[in-house]
Design a protein around this ligand. Structure first.
Ligand code: SF4
Length: 323
């Protein structure tokens, strides 16, 4: 497969809109079962009080966002949420903790491992997002049953320091390398609408295209401006820019699940339909996405029904593991 560069990505992105989405649709049909969307559920297992200063995040302790902190969720509560997610059709359960990162020596990390061991018995893909990882912590997560690790690069290397100053773009890449070496699949994408240019978005995609192995999934988030954060008040993303980015991602990484993630409450139903046509094939499902609002389960079911889209059936666990 051709490895895309910024030049080739721009060439795709700038095509006439209908040519671009038609081509993306063909790439989607060549690699994925038609008319199928994967439902994922994301649960915050530790909320707020994070030492990092990510400018979009309501959980950073650098900003007064009014968010109530919650310590690590007890195993039983996580299990109940995971069971409910499975009963509602989710085939992927992702647990997120607001931390700079974890090491194998943390007591809290040992508790997360215990939770992962139990959740992995439910037969869903198990994803966690815990911030930076050491290679050994990554290995232990994999051994406990984690199939995928989410660690977004957020934006281009050049724009990154406008968004985060407490860690670097390279720190993110180092964690992703640890995840890959441990044999977990990588879920890595970004957030658009933070004041970056369209070129920044393509530069992020260029970095993702350089991953070896390629990311198994690419979440594309639209900023949900959070009160009290530096990015409060940012205008919504232009729908055609979002659809172009999804289509370009589908063409550049045809085998990746493209996840239409945060920000769907600011998209119309028609806008979301365009995103699915252009190659998005996964959504986060449930009323909350960590601390941000998400369309309700009923609204999502009705949209998928309206479009004739089915939901991805559970896969045997072995198939969902990265090689
Ligand atoms: S995005 Fe993650 S690392 Fe950054 S402030 Fe929020 S919880 Fe912390």
């Amino acid at each position: 497969m051709t490895r895309h560069t910024l030049t080739s990505l721009r060439e795709l992105y700038d095509r006439p809109f209908f040519d671009l989405i038609q081509q993306a649709r063909e790439a989607y049909r060549a690699h994925w079962p038609e008319n199928e969307v994967q439902l994922c559920t994301l649960m915050s297992i530790k909320t707020g009080g994070c030492s990092e200063d990510c400018a979009y995040c309501s959980q950073s302790s650098h900003y007064d966002t009014g968010l109530s902190r919650e310590s690590l969720a007890p195993l039983q509560r996580v299990l109940e949420t995971a069971e409910r997610a499975k009963a509602n059709g989710s085939t992927r359960f992702c647990m997120g903790a607001a931390w700079r990162g974890v090491t194998e020596h943390d007591a809290k990390f040992q508790s997360v491992l215990e939770t992962v061991r139990e959740v992995s018995k439910l037969g869903m893909e198990v994803c966690v997002t815990l911030g930076q990882l050491t290679p050994e912590a990554a290995r232990q997560l994999r051994a406990a049953g984690v199939t995928a690790y989410n660690h977004n690069l957020d934006t281009s290397p050049e724009f990154y320091s406008n968004i985060v100053t407490t860690h670097t773009f390279q720190d993110r890449l180092d964690t992703i390398r640890s995840v890959q070496q441990a044999g977990m699949s990588v879920c890595c994408g970004g957030i658009i609408g933070m004041g970056e240019s369209e070129i920044d978005r393509l530069k992020l995609l260029e970095v993702l295209c350089g991953f070896d192995p390629a990311p198994e999934s690419v979440p594309i988030n639209c900023l949900m401006p959070m009160s009290g954060t530096p990015l409060d008040g940012q205008p919504p993303v232009d729908i055609f820019q979002l659809v172009r980015l999804i289509a370009t991602t589908r063409l550049a990484l045809p085998k990746a699940r493209v996840r239409l993630s945060a920000g769907r409450t600011r998209l119309s139903r028609e806008g979301q339909a365009f995103c699915f046509f252009a190659g998005a094939n996964s959504i986060f499902y449930g009323d909350k996405l960590l601390t941000a609002a998400n369309p309700g389960v009923d609204a999502d079911r009705s949209l998928l029904d309206e479009l004739g889209l089915g939901i991805t059936a559970p896969q045997p666990l072995a198939e969902s593991l990265a090689g």
